[in-house]
Design a binder for this molecule. Structure first.
Ligand code: BGC
Length: 782
């Protein structure tokens, strides 16, 4: 596999200095723009060449049958796949009848820049047509954070050395042909012409197309409008058919003259609203965008991002590559969640079709922990979506003979879409991950409202699930049998430590929530007895431990399984080269599992156990999941392997900029991008929630000389500035406010007038640096 050309290291942007057609699908993902509602892959304006054309609307999916070779009771019947909707970013250009296509003529320069502060993708092209006419094209694309239904492209063409006649065709195209099906289980199912035309509507300088899906019954509208500026005579006309609409602009330019076209786009969809209502919604969005103008949209975008960065930025001195990547990651995390508003945050955001556009535990386990600290409104929205699908989760639980709610392992609209039970539905921990996210939101923001608005119901229904899954043995211990933990190479196990601890935490927080809101608790049917059963189970939770090796067993018996032959079988990812029957029966972990348990529930492990556990599982974890490196960064840092932690942080951060899993083409790894923040802030900043308290224990690796970040705690921004020998905590808001936090276990009070500085002592590891399975060392820094 060839290696993609790198992006130059710059603090606030990701730039491609020459078009790399061989890796165009990767750059389409990297350059994707989204606000959580609309997603546009970074396809070239003229549409070709492309890797994967992609335009997405959050939760706009098509249903498809899930065929099974052998059926079983309770298998989901129907899957959901994100639809590539009407493409509105297409702008084709003809220069004296020659199509502008980078594969023909002479490409003098081609540069694209994702500007993380402006929130735009800017493309600059210098091109000579096959008959020798030189042009400069600059396009600036944005998906608006402030106007949720709006995207826009400013397209400027300049004649350089000769007069030219230009024809610009700005289009909406539905049912684009997408590429072939591949064998990798992580790619999306291909939908054949998923959109059925309903109506088209022409306006003075644009058009709107309305379509519906065949099976899922969703309707959508895509509208475009244009603003034109040219020195001389310019004409435009618009035509439309079922699956396309085209505004054609014609003009002539003398050398040095420019044509400027602003294309405004509006998208909307609904399962309920009528076609006229959707059409009007798109028209209204276009009117709003026209009113702002392109400059107005740019200014709003920047103001929105200025505000975001002010509270979210992470500054890393000593590692410019991580600096760039961590900002790139934060930008995409924001893009994935900012305006999702009651819809899900998929594993790929809206950057590509991978995993069919599904949402997994990735959201609650990695993305929401970041959003909760830097953009809590988006975290609350995502949890409201979980609450909105609770009825479906209750139905699923009841069809499985379980109590409470069973949240889907993967889904778009709430129904379980995993056709593979052992690494799907059996990963019940997703329920506890959601509960943990609800609790974290309350603790970090100090806002009780989410709990009242549905959070408590989530806690209660997920707690009930655990009571029907778990059982007490004669000795009183509480066990959970027959589940799959985070590590998908070990399935249907008993007493997975992560699951057990997460379930216990779920039970305890549900019981505490009911105490805080007794009336609401009663309405949810919780009586004193039920809540006390939850507390008893949580208190008696069993954690399997190997007394001889003095390490925790990821699940009961794990340390007695045969080892994987790492020397002989090292074709990674193993899931594409080895059968699950073999993976399941051996000591090989796809991803952090017990290590994740130590991060989330650190108080349950002694420092000695942590050190030994890290050592043991490092040797058996292959990181075939992108969710792993960041968690390994956090725990290797905690036990003092700071150099190793730095390497894992780098891997998590660079996952897509260096295409480390060779599938960035299908969309970004949003959890790992969030994980870059986690690696920095929880790994090197030592951030944890300790009960209801904010806690830090910072320590930098050698080559990072300074780390600065902010978190929002109870609505106040707290800045943390770490250097090798000291850390300073500064409260940035609230004149009379104060925050009491734990610094390395010591309580300190920070007020805006009195920042607190503490000296740091060097953290030494108890054990030597562990080795990884051969071929699975963390990615090397450049
Ligand atoms: C991982 C899961 C993850 C999923 C989606 C899988 O490879 O094992 O933990 O939820 O990818 O990112």
């Amino acid at each position: 596999m060839s290696v993609p050309t790198g992006f130059p290291v710059e603090p606030w942007s990701v730039r491609e200095t020459a078009l790399d057609v061989d890796h165009i699908a990767q750059s389409e993902s990297v350059f994707a723009l989204s606000n959580g509602h609309i997603g546009l892959r970074g396809n070239l304006d003229e549409g070709e060449p492309h890797g994967i054309p992609g335009t997405y609307l959050n939760s706009f999916y098509e249903a498809r049958p899930l065929p099974y070779a052998e059926r079983g009771y309770g298998y989901p019947e129907s899957g959901q796949t994100l639809v590539n909707v009407t493409n509105g970013k297409l702008i084709r250009l003809l220069v004296d009848d020659e199509p502008f296509d980078v594969r023909y003529g002479q490409l003098l320069s081609h540069e694209r820049e994702l500007d993380l502060r402006a929130g735009t993708l800017v493309r600059d092209v210098d091109w000579v047509s096959p008959v020798g006419k030189r042009l400069r094209v600059r396009s600036t694309r944005l998906v608006s954070f402030t106007q949720r239904a709006v995207a826009a492209v400013e397209y400027v063409v300049e004649a350089v050395d000769q007069p030219v006649r230009l024809i610009v065709q700005s289009e909406l195209v539905a049912n684009e042909v997408v590429s072939e099906q591949r064998a990798d289980p992580r790619v999306a199912a291909v939908l054949e012409r998923p959109l059925v035309a309903l109506e088209r509507d022409l306006s003075a300088h644009g058009a709107t197309l309305l379509h519906r899906t065949r099976l899922s019954g969703l309707q959508m509208a895509a509208g475009m409008d244009h603003l034109l500026e040219a020195p001389g005579r310019v004409e435009d006309e618009t035509r439309a058919s079922d699956d396309w609409a085209r505004t054609t602009v014609v003009c002539t330019l003398r050398p040095g003259e420019r044509l400027r076209l602003v294309k405004l786009l509006a998208y909307g969809w609904s399962s309920q609203r009528s076609v006229p209502a959707l059409r009007d919604q798109a028209a209204a969005a276009l009117t709003g965008a026209r009113y702002s103008g392109f400059e107005g949209l740019l200014a709003e975008q920047r103001a929105y991002l200025d505000d975001f960065w002010d509270a979210a930025d992470v500054q890393v001195e000593g590692d410019p590559e991580i600096q760039q990547a961590v900002r790139f990651g934060l930008f995409h995390v924001l893009q994935a969640g900012a305006r999702a508003e009651g819809r899900c945050i998929p594993a790929k955001g809206l950057t590509g079709p991978g995993y069919d556009g599904h949402t997994f535990w990735d959201t609650e386990a990695l993305v929401l922990p970041v959003l909760t600290y830097v953009h809590p409104e988006a975290a609350a929205d995502a949890l409201r979506w979980r609450h909105a699908i609770l009825d479906r989760a209750r139905e699923r639980a009841s069809s499985l003979g379980l109590a409470g709610a069973t949240m889907p392992w993967r889904t778009i609209r709430g129904e379980e879409c995993s056709g593979y039970w052992p690494a799907g539905t059996a990963a019940f921990h997703v329920n506890a991950d959601i509960a943990a996210a609800v609790e974290r939101y309350r603790v970090v923001t100090g806002d009780d409202q989410l709990e009242v608005d549905g959070g408590l119901e989530l806690l209660v229904e997920t707690a009930r699930l655990w009571m029907s899954l778990g059982h007490h043995t004669r000795d009183g211990a509480w066990h959970v049998a027959g589940v799959t933990g985070p590590d998908e190479y070990t399935a249907i196990v008993n007493d997975n430590v992560f699951t057990n601890l997460a379930a216990a935490h779920n039970l305890r927080t549900a019981a505490a929530g009911v105490l805080r809101h007794p009336g609401l608790g009663r309405r949810l049917g919780v009586d004193l007895e039920e809540a006390s059963r939850w507390r008893d189970a949580a208190a008696a939770v069993h954690l399997p431990y190997d007394e001889e090796l003095r390490v925790h067993q990821q699940s009961a018996g794990f340390t007695h399984l045969p080892e994987w032959d790492f020397e002989g079988r090292r074709d990674y990812p193993l899931l594409l080269h080895a059968p699950y029957v073999d993976l399941y029966r051996r000591q090989v972990a796809k991803q952090a599992d017990l290590v994740m348990a130590m991060y989330w529930f650190g108080e349950r492990f002694s420092p000695e156990d942590k050190a030994r556990n890290v050592d043991y599982y490092e040797r058996r974890t292959v990181r075939d999941s992108s969710l792993s490196a960041c968690i390994q960064a956090v725990m290797t840092a905690e036990v003092g392997h700071l150099g190793l932690a730095h390497e894992y942080a780098y891997e998590a951060a660079m996952i897509d900029l260096r295409d480390l899993h060779h599938n960035t083409r299908d969309g970004l790894h949003v959890a790992s991008l969030a994980g870059a923040w986690i690696a920095m802030v929880a790994g090197f900043g030592g951030l944890r929630e300790c009960g209801e308290q904010l806690s830090f224990d910072p320590q930098l690796p050698e080559t990072i000389t300074r780390l600065q970040f902010s978190v929002r705690w109870h609505g106040l921004r707290l800045a943390v500035d770490v250097e090798h020998h000291e850390v300073t905590y500064t409260l940035r808001d609230g004149d009379d406010a104060s925050v009491t936090l734990l610094h390395a276990g010591e309580e300190v009070e920070v007020t805006p007038a009195a920042p607190v500085t503490r000296a740091l002592e060097k953290r030494l590891p108890q054990l030597p640096r562990p080795v990884q399975p051969p071929g699975r060392e963390p990615a090397r820094r450049r």
